[in-house]
Design a protein around this ligand. Structure first.
Ligand SMILES: [Zn+2]
Length: 166
């Protein structure tokens, strides 16, 4: 009887634990879409070299993007919460959401991460471009942006030609 109870408890815990890693990134994407749509009327065409039409299509309609969860095809989840697998394959970029995307940070950071990764999808691997654009969207939508100073320094973005909103 006790063994059966323990088994039941273990199964119950497992049932609670499993959905955390299996959760879809859709809520964070919705948050990013809300920010982008609020910001879009104020964003200059070609902001930081990003085609806004393509960006919007990728973010809101998933054009040229395949969302990946529960896999780490480039073995980068130890370092990143999410990453875009470049170059595109048959016109599609895999956007990989790692376990820590769901378990770490907060909703604002998750939305910023989606905004950032979508820049990689449509405009390539430049980290400074991606962060400058994501911060500009956040700033235009809400009047402020998530501090990314450490990231900015780590990628030497101060000499990249891109800049954060002020
Ligand atoms: Zn990036």
């Amino acid at each position: 009887m006790q063994a059966a109870m323990r088994y039941l408890l273990a199964v119950t815990l497992l049932a609670f634990i499993t959905p955390v890693t299996a959760v879809e990134p859709q809520r964070a994407i919705s948050g990013a879409i809300q920010l982008f749509e609020a910001a879009a009327p104020q964003l200059p065409r070609g902001l930081h070299g990003v085609d806004l039409g393509r960006y919007q299509a990728a973010l809101t309609q998933g054009e040229g993007v395949a969302l990946v969860t529960g896999a780490d095809p480039a073995d980068r989840c130890a370092r990143f919460a999410a990453y875009a697998l470049l170059p595109p394959h048959n016109g599609v970029v895999q956007l990989v959401f790692c376990p820590r995307f769901h378990t770490g940070g907060n909703d604002a950071l998750r939305a910023l991460t989606v905004l950032h990764e979508m820049v990689h999808v449509v405009a390539g691997p430049d980290e400074c471009r991606a962060m400058a654009f994501a911060a500009a969207v956040e700033q235009a939508a809400s009047g402020t942006y998530t501090p990314v100073d450490a990231y900015w320094r780590a990628n030497r973005c101060d000499v990249s030609g891109f800049s954060l909103p002020r």
